[in-house]
Design a protein around this ligand. Sequence first.
Ligand SMILES: Nc1nc2c(ncn2[C@@H]2O[C@H](COP(=O)(O)OP(=O)(O)OP(=O)(O)O)[C@@H](O)[C@H]2O)c(=O)[nH]1
Ligand SMILES: [Mg+2]
Length: 414
Amino acid sequence: MERSLLVTVDFGKKEEWTAMERSLELGELACSAGARVIDEEVVKRHEPNSAYFIGKGKAEEIAKLCADKKVDIVIFNNDLTGTQQKNLEDVIMAKTVDRTQLILDIFAKRAHSNEGKVQVELAQLLYLLPRLTGKGIHLSRLGGGIGTRGPGEQKLEVDRRKIKARITKLKSELDDLSKRRAMMRKKRERFSLLSIAIIGYTNVGKSTLLNALTSSKVIVADKFFSTLDPTVRRFILPNKQKVLFVDTVGFLNNLPHHLIEAFKATLEEVAEADLLLHLVDISHPKAKEQAEAVYKVLEEIGVNDRPIITALNKIDKITERSVIDRTKDYFNDAIAISALKHDGFDELIKRILSYISKFMTSVSLTMPAGDSKVLNIIYENGLVTKREYSGADVHIEAELPIKVKDAIYKILDI
Ligand SMILES: Nc1nc2c(ncn2[C@@H]2O[C@H](COP(=O)(O)OP(=O)(O)OP(=O)(O)O)[C@@H](O)[C@H]2O)c(=O)[nH]1
Ligand SMILES: [Mg+2]
């Protein structure tokens, strides 16, 4: 296990997350990447030093600390330029990475699907390209390895061209994948079940909730970004109405922009959901700020108009009832649950039902009894309350999602 030292710079501005809090989260990211945190440093500065970010003197202090504590890797909490990174590595004599690189490393390790892999590689290259300077990092750094030293300008030019060509190729691959997804979605949309996306900060328990509700076996771990690929599961509500639950990648404060860009296709699953179930980890000291970070990402991907149910998870870790009540109020009548202990599910499902009913409509129609395609759609997506045959026709009364009713009326030309 790599021994890591965390460095966070405190620029003295008043921010939602203090330097110590940001350092704590960086530690969780480092552990998620498989490193061990040996020590953390908070450096106070007015502004970044262009050559060494934290200044040469401070870099030398860190170098000494690293030698004393046998540190393999120094992780900076802020983005470094290629030059800063190279200069720091020269002084510190240990591998030096920044927060974005660390996150990209985690994503690279967790990407399993073809689409996930393409998305991560694109994000890595977009990160790398502007940093590929004479003094900066080298192509071999890709894949999270140790960077080697400046390869002459000519080699760099070749590398740069190669990377640009690869970026173009990956983007077009993602474009194709995205088009295919859009087509499938369009098909699904017309006759589709209502879908509920479970969203939230990373590690709040999204996959645990999906598993608990739908008896699935999505990987759950006390790590950041356990889930990258979206998982869709069917669920039958107590009124027999079928819905889809979608579990997807978690959000993070200051999620690197390249990642959001590259993961647009995955995030489209969230964008297409009828209803968002926002999970908040009530036991986390920064729960409110985490929620703010989630709202920010939603805005960035253009999904701030969707109805949201907020559920406070991990209430089994809270001993004081008043904390739960206050937080419920803060989040506008949120629902308190424990995905782990299956607690609060009845109320959660009741709330989902009341939202879902807004997407439903009553339908009463007479159609050819032999049209099994349309009948299937009705049975699959809605609740049939009455069915009567008369001659070659059948009369149906049902509760259907509005979008499904529209699609069926079009088919039947009503
Ligand atoms: N005590 C407690 N722990 C929980 C609860 N729900 C989830 N956890 C734990 O929280 C950790 C993260 O759970 P996950 O379900 O993997 O969280 P996630 O939101 O899917 O995380 P990512 O996919 O990494 O973004 C695991 O260790 C779970 O066991 C809960 O209700 N109570
Ligand atoms: Mg998960």
